[in-house]
Design a protein around this ligand. Structure first.
Ligand code: ZN
Length: 262
């Protein structure tokens, strides 16, 4: 359990089926058993995860035998006959994770990062499959059940369907710790803020105000945002907006300013 890293994907298996998956939110820690038990000792390790149940559990026999048999040994989740091993936590291959999520109808492709898939970097052996399912989970966390919320840039209220979770600091530049930090992300509206921010055509200065750059055509559309205080700007997000400006410092901007001063 100590090898599970933030962002790792975990498959949950019980009573003959994979029941769902979760994403590791924090490294494992010592904790007393959350449920009482006569049989087992009370001291153990706990792993905080965000769990998503499959609508329909995936039965063991639905997972292709050849995929089960390909699991890396030792410590494979399956026996040499493809039955499940008795155990609590096994590393699984990307192939198995893909197969299970695929059958469950979870579209991995839309959750994949631009970077190639990475397998748990803690050791050289194949470990937990690490994929980017952060986006929907982070979005859920940012929305916190609200039916509408303000865009982190223009500040206007939108129904949740018009809001995406956007990285303030580019995800590829974030450390593991930062990836779990709610201040590196914000909700951004699909009415242009998300795209313009990603292209560096909207930037946020150290005083929180928005600067519009980029091609004249889009700048004209975005002009009303110039000087507004970004909805997601706080003393905690300031450094991440600064990192975003830094990332785009060299982005060709055809309007007057090339580098936005702090
Ligand atoms: Zn917006």
């Amino acid at each position: 359990m100590d090898q599970a890293a933030i962002g790792d994907l975990v498959l949950h298996y019980a009573n003959g089926s994979v029941r769902g998956f979760s994403i590791v939110l924090a490294p494992s820690r010592s904790a007393p058993r959350p449920y009482s038990s006569e049989t087992w000792n009370n001291d153990g390790r706990i792993l905080d995860v965000d769990y998503v149940a499959f609508d329909l559990p995936v039965r063991l026999d639905e997972l292709p035998l050849e995929v089960r048999l390909l699991e890396p040994k030792p410590h494979a989740a399956f026996t040499s006959k493809g039955r499940v091993n008795q155990g609590y936590f096994y590393p699984v291959s990307m192939g198995l994770a893909r197969a299970a999520l695929d059958i469950a109808g979870i579209d991995l492709a839309s959750n994949l990062d631009e970077e190639p898939l990475r397998i748990n970097g803690l050791s050289d052996r194949e470990g937990l499959a690490r994929i980017r399912v952060e986006q929907p989970l982070i979005r859920r966390r940012l929305l916190a059940g609200r039916p509408e919320a303000p865009c982190g840039l223009c500040g206007d209220m939108f129904a949740t369907d018009y809001l995406v979770a956007a990285h303030i600091k580019r995800r590829a530049d974030c450390s593991e710790r930062e990836r779990a930090d709610v201040n590196v992300v914000m909700l951004a509206c699909k009415f242009g803020c998300d795209a313009a921010f990603e292209l560096g055509h909207l930037r946020v200065k150290d005083d929180g105000t928005i600067v519009v750059l980029g091609p004249t055509s889009s700048a004209r559309r975005l002009a009303a945002l110039e000087g507004r205080v970004a909805g997601a700007f706080t003393t905690e997000t300031r450094k991440n907006f600064r990192a975003h400006r830094h990332t785009h410092a060299k982005t060709p901007a055809t309007s007057t300013i090339d580098v936005v001063p702090g």
